[in-house]
Design a protein around this ligand. Structure first.
Ligand SMILES: Nc1nc2c(c(=O)[nH]1)N(C=O)[C@@H](CNc1ccc(C(=O)N[C@@H](CCC(=O)O)C(=O)O)cc1)CN2
Ligand SMILES: Nc1nc2c(ncn2[C@@H]2O[C@H](COP(=O)(O)OP(=O)(O)OP(=O)(O)O)[C@@H](O)[C@H]2O)c(=O)[nH]1
Ligand SMILES: [Mg+2]
Length: 428
């Protein structure tokens, strides 16, 4: 029997409401222990929550879920408390005194939902992405996987490959008895179809992965060209210090923002120049390094000269301080002129790389599907050699099937589960 676990399910700190969730066989009796007269399942009721001495901790809504009919699949109780730090602390302390209960680990409620077959492993990851989502694009992508689109697709691939493996195994098993019918066409067709579909998903994986993680956009240029001023204009706040002194910015300054549904981390960097100043030189090295790693770079100049950095086709280039020059294409971050053009240009460049519709959003998924692809290629090769290699073809197929099963968590691999749950929110 599993422990009954509990945790604060809502955010830390002061808030309108705070929900404490309890899951496991003792979930309801724990609520009784808080002096609550239990309401019927799924019917909220207003109840006083008491400590062990009978003192009132809060007046709250209590909600019970029956075994098998909850998010975790276990018996669940929720206490919808006033969102006070003191109330939450006191209620959690009372629950901690009950011998059958312990505090949940990050992601443990969701882990139980997985173990009870209510979610598959890619849905678990999508749930984590959904909670982490900050932009529309990220929310839509995570929700699609959470609703089961990827799990279903992988499930179909698996069924097709199992059929292919069974056909081969039937031939192997009966090889000494009767002449088996020729299965190679059907097997090769099944393998070919699955490989093609996996390939199509893998093609979209780069974009889907980028959308999940967000894009790094670095602003690069010589000192004093107005990089930090542009960052502030885009961020809508004074995130970076600006001054007329060349070499003001020394460290890398990052601001996360939502650019038309795209998650962008805008990066302001030190002005690039040769310098005797040791600290500034470190800043310049960082600027070049971050620029190198960035998904997109914006080069700024107020004189037409740029740092000597190898260029990419995708680089955006803008002249600055348009209010001081006659160049009609120059932007002015100081008075806001042309800043909208910068935003549109960033969006255009990034949109190309973040087409919606991808399901393969994680390196873990991509690697599993890449391994499966290689195994399927091997299998097809053995299949083509002839019946005496069918056992090897079937073995490669079984390995490919296993990759798919690990991918959706149909077979437990502790290391995979630990990796997936390591980054989960507390209380989820
Ligand atoms: N108060 C509260 N709100 C919440 C959650 C929660 O756990 N508690 N959720 C937590 O993530 C999400 C909703 N997810 C849920 C998923 C399944 C069930 C559930 O009880 N399923 C049962 C009954 C379904 C039904 O009512 O038709 C079942 O599937 O058998 C509840 C919430 C978001 N909002
Ligand atoms: N007139 C005018 N001045 C600007 C404009 N943009 C920036 N400046 C000024 O130029 C000076 C340098 O701006 P910063 O944004 O600090 O320049 P930077 O590129 O970040 O400089 P470093 O951090 O030293 O590399 C400041 O005095 C800004 O007010 C602009 O569009 N028009
Ligand atoms: Mg600066």
């Amino acid at each position: 029997m599993m422990d009954t676990i509990f945790a604060l399910a809502t955010g830390e700190g002061k808030s309108g409401l705070a929900v404490v969730r309890i899951s496991g066989t003792s979930a309801w009796s724990a609520v009784t222990a808080l002096g609550v007269d239990l309401p019927a399942p799924r019917k909220t009721a207003l109840r006083k929550i008491l400590d062990s001495e009978g003192g009132v901790l809060d007046e709250a809504l209590v909600l019970l879920f029956e075994d098998g009919k909850s998010f975790t699949g276990e018996r669940v109780a929720e206490l919808h408390l006033h969102g006070s730090i003191a109330i939450v602390r006191a209620v959690l302390a009372e629950l901690g005194k009950l011998p059958e209960l312990r505090l949940a680990e990050p992601g443990e409620f969701t882990r139980r939902a997985l173990e009870n077959g209510r979610l598959d492993l890619v849905q678990v990851e999508a749930l984590s992405d959904l909670i982490e989502s900050e932009t529309e694009g990220q929310r839509r992508q995570a929700l699609r996987v959470f609703e089961g689109a990827f799990g279903e697709k992988v499930g179909q691939w698996r069924v097709n490959l199992i059929r292919a493996a069974s056909l081969l195994e039937a031939v192997i098993d009966f090889a000494d008895e009767e002449v088996p019918e020729d299965v190679s066409d059907e097997v090769s067709d099944l393998i070919g179809r699955v490989s093609k579909e996996i390939g199509e998903e893998l093609e979209k994986s780069g974009a889907a992965e980028r959308l999940r993680l967000g894009f790094d956009v670095a602003i690069i240029g010589a000192p004093n060209v107005g990089k930090s001023t542009l960052l502030n204009a885009l961020a809508g706040r004074d995130a970076a210090i600006t001054s007329h002194i060349a070499g003001t910015t020394r460290d890398v300054i990052e601001v996360r923002m939502d650019l038309g549904g795209l998650p962008v981390t805008l990066i302001d960097t030190a002005g690039v120049r040769e310098t005797e100043d040791e600290v500034e030189a470190l800043g310049v090295a960082r600027a070049l390094e971050r620029g190198d790693r960035a998904d997109l770079r914006i080069f700024l100049s107020d004189t037409g000269t740029f740092p000597d950095v190898p260029r990419r086709d995708s680089d955006l280039v803008f002249a600055t301080k348009g209010d001081l020059s006659k160049d009609p294409t120059a932007i002015s971050a100081l008075n806001g002129h042309g800043v909208d053009r910068v935003v549109t240009a960033i969006q255009d460049r990034l949109k190309e790389r973040s087409t919606d519709g991808g399901l393969v959003t994680r390196e873990r998924h991509r690697m599993a599907l890449e391994r499966a692809t290689v195994l399927l290629e091997n299998s097809a090769r053995f299949l083509n050699i002839g019946t005496d290699q069918y056992d090897l073809a079937a073995e490669e197929l079984r390995s490919a099937i296993r990759e798919l099963e690990i991918l959706i968590g149909q077979v437990d691999v502790e290391a995979v589960l630990d990796e997936v749950f390591a980054n989960f929110c507390l209380g989820k």
